[in-house]
Design a protein around this ligand. Sequence first.
Ligand SMILES: C[S@@+](CC[C@H](N)C(=O)[O-])C[C@H]1O[C@@H](n2cnc3c(N)ncnc32)[C@H](O)[C@@H]1O
Length: 200
Amino acid sequence: MSPASFDKIALLYNFVEKHIWEDYTSACDIIDEYLILESEEKIIDVGGGTGLISKVLRSKKQNDDIMVIDLSRSMLQKVKDPTLTVVQGDITTFPLKDEAFTLAVLVNTIHHISEAKQQVVLREVFRILKKQGRIFILEISHPNTFFSNLFIKTENILVGKTYHLTADKMQLAVQDAGFHEIKVFFPKKYPYRYVTTAIK
Ligand SMILES: C[S@@+](CC[C@H](N)C(=O)[O-])C[C@H]1O[C@@H](n2cnc3c(N)ncnc32)[C@H](O)[C@@H]1O
């Protein structure tokens, strides 16, 4: 995808996520249930967009370093919290230091990245995580429901082709990138979403 793909929908992104799709509500619930923040985290929100997810993380803990990285300048312009570090760039090429973070969060990011590049992203996340650092991926599950299909078709029209992985394929991709202790969860309340967690 090009950096401009999300630029054209940035203005409406938060409204749609909060009031049209139940994407934001479900992400908040799922983060509450499946993501435990430890002390002194250094967090990177990969494809963090308008900062919705980082805002949730910030509300859970006040003092952690949180970096939001995203391709889209217009999405990042919607990040209003001055305590977040905002970086415009491609996660696969932006010069981030080795072992700089304790936690990488990718919410609805991977499916916007081409299949060939998804592995590069996961390897890059592995590189920038400290030893024992964690990855937390929240994705939409395989499109077998009316809601999922509608969501995916709408996204394709608005921001271009998407590349959804099944939970099994995601697990393999995360393993190939070097992670261990990989766990996959299907939240009961939101059957069209799944969480993958793993440790470096
Ligand atoms: C659906 S949005 C998700 C935004 C945010 N995570 C959320 O849940 O509200 C996907 C974001 O991933 C970003 N993105 C896609 N490929 C990227 C890459 N290679 N590096 C950084 N950001 C990327 C897009 O620009 C877009 O803002």
